[in-house]
Design a protein. Structure first.
Length: 274
């Protein structure tokens, strides 16, 4: 029989799943966003794992005791989560397992809440073997960002404080994974940022060179990841677009080009439900 604290955690997890069922929302486990990466030079870009390796790495980071179970689950839904939670809580507990299991249950509540939050600011689309996954989150108001820039860049604090402002700043992480069989190169981008009414407030023209100064060559089974950011006068808002890609031959010469879709993802108001 479960102790009272464990029963409370079990019920809290089921309530989260019930709320998830009302959306409904399916999502993949994601690592937390580095909200300050885009303020640093280079935008926190680099190479990341793909597919099952990426899922396993994420599971080991977030819920190590469930890593083996989660590795075979690509997309989490309310139904699969309910089954997972019930199976875990119905397992017989050794007499000395209570403190450890309570810690795990509390961490599970926190991780599920964080994952649902990230999923509501995410999108995914695959075009010709190029999978583009984006996750966005609120970073801070304009004054908060200026303070962070002072810390990151060592700027004059008094000078920066005079500017002030009320804009909302968001960061987004982009994963461009090659899940196909052709080597491709990311050559350009096209972004459209819209307000809550669907009116375009900012557009980066199609064919604008690269991303954060890079035009990466992405071989099959590899993933290029980077962070960037934007500001809005008000939220919610959304962003979508495309990447201009080239298919390369064995000598890294372009054979043909295509646009890889970036599906719409949302910028939600601070501390507001999605």
């Amino acid at each position: 029989m479960l102790s009272r604290p464990l029963r409370a955690c079990y019920k809290a997890l089921l309530r989260q799943i019930w709320e998830l069922e009302r959306t409904p929302l399916a999502f993949k486990l994601q690592t937390p966003l580095d909200k300050h990466a885009w303020l640093r030079q280079g935008g926190g870009h680099g190479w990341a794992k793909v597919g099952s390796e990426h899922r396993a790495q994420t599971a080991r980071l977030l819920l190590p005791w469930l890593a083996e179970t989660l590795q075979g689950i690509e997309t989490l839904t309310a139904s699969s989560l309910r089954t997972l939670v019930r199976d875990q809580f119905r397992q017989p507990l050794p007499p000395d397992a209570e403190p450890n299991d309570l810690d795990r249950a509390i961490q599970g509540i926190r991780v599920l809440s964080d994952q649902i939050h990230l999923a509501r600011g995410s999108s995914s689309a695959t075009t010709r073997g190029v999978q583009v996954e984006v996750t966005a989150d609120f970073v801070g108001h304009e004054d908060d960002i200026q303070t962070l820039q002072i810390i990151e860049e060592g700027e004059d604090e008094e000078e920066e404080e005079e500017a002030g402002g009320s804009k909302l700043f968001y960061t987004y992480r982009v994963r461009v994974a090659n899940v196909g069989t052709e080597t491709v190169q990311l050559l350009g981008r096209h972004w459209i940022i819209q307000d809550s009414r669907g009116v375009t407030v900012t557009e980066v023209p199609r064919g604008t060179r690269g991303v954060i100064g890079c035009t990466p060559i992405i071989k099959p089974g590899t993933c290029f990841q980077y962070y960037s950011g934007t500001d809005l006068d008000e939220a919610p808002g959304s962003m979508h677009g495309s990447f201009q890609m080239a298919v390369l031959d064995d000598r890294s010469q372009p054979l043909e080009s295509f646009d890889a879709e970036v599906a719409p993802f949302h910028f939600w108001p601070p501390s507001a439900p999605a």
